[in-house]
Design a protein around this ligand. Structure first.
Ligand SMILES: [Zn+2]
Length: 271
């Protein structure tokens, strides 16, 4: 039976609960672990801290807390960015931390109504904040994006971002605009970013990407014409690569980009 609570109060906490702690939008980590017990926290949780329920099993809950005070020294913890957990092989831990971080940030940035400025209150049994004076409901926001691997015969198009300096090549990506279908975004973004046309746009897989609150929808798309002309404001370099001589690409374990590349390689090899 799904539970309906999204917030807990102090009296509802039990010794078997686990906590994920954030200070200044960064996560507290000790010995690569992100879960803390009530016993470790009891003396350090200030009364005004929101207890955001993330998941609940039979008798244990996982709760996200945004701390007002930096208690990392007391807990002998490191304060780390969410991104630093990406290199961790534990995918489930990263997903849980990502979900916690997005909800903590959402509650923090929706304390007031965007229309009238009144303070919002928690809805009783939905993950919703409500403005009572103008009856508006605010829901956690996700920004959908597409990420696509353009292919041409046995080759794939990979690009280097001009915004993030790194030696990685990856798939093209972009935000879905209001009124667009994901497939339309694939066509538009490929044309805008590298001046190519594509056909046979095929959905492969998706991923929650909490930097911040994105939902990545991954596609394969076949080349259908044009010469590569990168939009230099976004793309530093874009080229066709053979599956046997790939540059540095994202790992399929942590990213949908890596999964798209792996899917295409497997399809070429199994032809
Ligand atoms: Zn309002």
């Amino acid at each position: 039976m799904p539970h309906k609570e999204h917030f807990l109060n102090r009296q509802q906490l039990s010794e078997s609960d686990s906590f994920i702690l954030f200070y200044s939008s960064q996560i507290l980590v000790r010995d690569e672990g992100i879960l803390w017990s009530l016993e470790q926290l009891r003396d350090h949780l200030d009364d005004s801290a929101d207890l955001i329920l993330l998941q609940r099993d039979a008798d244990t809950s996982v709760i996200a807390v945004s701390l007002q005070q930096n208690i990392s020294v007391i807990l002998q913890a490191e304060v780390k960015s969410l991104r630093s957990l990406l290199s961790d092989t534990d995918q489930e831990k990263f997903l849980l931390a990502g979900r916690a971080s997005q909800l903590v940030d959402w509650y923090k940035s929706h304390k007031f109504c965007g229309t009238c400025g009144a303070q919002t209150v928690h809805h009783g049994n939905e993950r919703t904040l409500v403005c009572k004076s103008c009856s508006l409901h605010f829901f956690p926001r996700i920004s959908p994006c597409v990420i696509m691997l353009v292919t041409k015969g046995d080759k794939m198009l990979l690009a280097q971002s001009s915004r993030y300096k790194s030696n990685f090549y990856s798939c093209l990506a972009g935000f879905i605009e209001i009124g667009e279908t994901p497939e339309q975004t694939v066509h538009r973004e490929v044309e805008e970013e590298v001046n190519l046309y594509v056909k046979n746009v095929r959905y492969i897989s998706s991923q929650s990407w909490p930097f911040p609150s994105q939902l990545m929808l991954g596609f394969l798309a076949e080349y259908d014409g044009g010469e590569i002309v990168p939009d230099l404001s976004e793309i530093a370099d874009a080229r066709w690569f053979d599956i046997d001589s790939l540059p540095n690409v994202p790992s399929e374990k942590i990213s949908v980009a890596g999964k798209l590349i792996r899917t295409f390689i497997d399809e070429v090899k199994n032809k």
